[in-house]
Design a protein around this ligand. Sequence first.
Ligand code: F6R
Length: 241
Amino acid sequence: MNILHATDYTHASRLAANLIAAQITLKPDSVLGLATGSSPLGTYRQLIQYFQKGDLDFKHVTSINLDEYVGLSPENDQSYRYFMNHNLFQHINIKEEHTFLPDGLELNEKKACLDYDQIISTHGPMDLQLLGLGLNGHIGFNEPNDSFQTGTNCIPLTESTIDANARFFEHIEMVPKKAYTMGIKTIMQAKKIILLVSGEQKANIVKQALYGPVTPLVPASILQFHNDVTVIGDLAALSRL
Ligand code: F6R
């Protein structure tokens, strides 16, 4: 496991963007596993700048996102499809038909998960998977559990995740209670993984995930078994290592 110590969020974002840019430069038809949330926003801004300068071409790239809230449409500004469109896809030349997220409007949970697994098996595995880290150790929306989930699954979100995500909604009641998420096995099949963390509030869980026992109670701890993980963190997030 490589651990890259960044001075701050901006530096961490630039390091992550540089690794993604290198991936696309070396393999223009890369399949990227992408994340939403606060952690990757700076990375996406940096990638957009590289594209605008003419240094990066997304024409042949495919993206497969980790997760989507159940019940939210792509037009809903809290949906992850909306997030990706507005924070990355609309600003680069990736083809819309090459961008995938679970279908939040498919309320038949079994079908939604099978459909997404089909997309992943058609286009995957991911050449590079970008991950954030939940305060409870979740990756994607794979919450602490008795066992590691394998394929795409529908997850009831824990109170801690709902609380953490409430900052994006007008009212906590509006935070969806379930999400579709790529499974842990799919994440582990990615050829390379970048785990991006920042902020003091992540310091404890980063330590547990990277150096604690490997357990589904800390889903990110499984990354200890992956052979190509790069952790990129600012000083605060890595302060307990
Ligand atoms: C988002 C996702 C989540 C987030 C995690 C951290 O697609 O899958 O696992 O990466 O909740 O969120 P932030 O980056 O907002 O701290």
